[in-house]
Design a binder for this molecule. Structure first.
Ligand SMILES: [Zn+2]
Ligand SMILES: [Zn+2]
Length: 279
């Protein structure tokens, strides 16, 4: 299934090329990245979760994501190979990311992605200064780690998501990996709002009138804007000044590939940031 989905995304991106929706460089970058991620995901398959149904329901009840870093069975040779490829793709687009320092390219070949670094990133802590020191922008480094880990986490998400009791979760972070949401959709049937994980792409149901980032339910602090067709929404929160993009699937007239929507809605990001909101 991911293969088919990824092929559809690549095809749609190519169509976009002639229409000029996504800036050409970004489109090329994303196509290359998706290609290597999709290949890695095929290699990984669907991993064994290794959790009893009791542990699963305990974690969900207590608000603990199902994946714990120390329980992950990562294929390190594959991961390091993936890292080297990701660094090459990023370094081909200095216009988008700035020049990639030589130290990082060398480090990529020398396998700097130790389990300690990956764990630090996974748990959302600050990356070790030794790594951040070599003139490498921390945000760029985070993007590279995320792009490298993405197929691994997406595979775990496929294995884990069906075990999540959606009604028992309803929290602002991902039930599979604990990541933050970076996109949302309103489902076709009931218009319920689903959040999507920025790291593993898992979807989970969440209140429509609550900010997933700071938890505010103050109706005076929460608002959303829509486009003319009512297809897209931009949720904003005055409490924490963050925003969330969403697509209303009830208004969609053709097939929607959600991962692609993140790219197709870059003008929404620009607008939100212009108004002073943060991603
Ligand atoms: Zn996740
Ligand atoms: Zn908020």
């Amino acid at each position: 299934m991911p293969k088919e989905r990824d092929n559809n995304i690549i095809r749609k991106l190519e169509e976009q090329g002639s229409k000029g929706g996504v800036p050409p460089l970004l489109r090329q970058f994303y196509q290359k990245l998706l290609h290597i991620q999709s290949e890695a995901e095929r290699h990984i398959g669907v991993p064994e979760l290794g959790l009893t149904s009791e542990t699963i329901s305990d974690r969900i009840e207590q608000g603990l994501p199902l994946i714990v870093f120390d329980e992950l069975d990562l294929d390190w040779p594959l991961l390091n190979d993936m890292l080297a490829k990701v660094i090459i793709v990023f370094s081909e687009y200095p216009e988008l990311f700035g020049p990639i320092p030589e130290s990082l390219k060398e480090a990529g070949a020398g396998h700097f992605l130790t389990s300690e670094v990956v764990k630090t990133w996974f748990e959302g802590s600050k990356l070790p200064t030794a790594i951040a020191a070599n003139n490498v922008n921390e945000r760029l480094l985070g993007d590279i780690i995320q792009a490298t880990l993405s197929p691994f986490l997406a595979s775990y998400s496929q294995a884990a998501l069906s075990h999540v009791n959606q009604e028992h979760w309803r929290r602002g972070y991902c039930p599979v990996c604990g990541g933050n949401p970076d996109f949302a959709f309103l489902d076709k049937e009931s218009g319920a709002r689903w959040l999507l994980c920025s790291r593993c792409n898992a979807g989970w149901i969440f209140q429509r009138l609550e900010c997933p980032y700071c938890g505010s339910k103050d109706q005076n602090a929460l608002a959303y804007f829509t486009d003319d067709e009512g297809l897209y929404r931009l949720y904003v929160c005055e409490q924490c000044k963050r925003y969330l993009k969403a697509i209303d699937l009830r208004q969609a007239k053709s097939e929607v590939l959600i991962p692609l929507e993140r790219l197709l809605t870059l003008d929404l990001d620009a607008q939100a940031q212009e108004y002073g909101y943060n991603p």
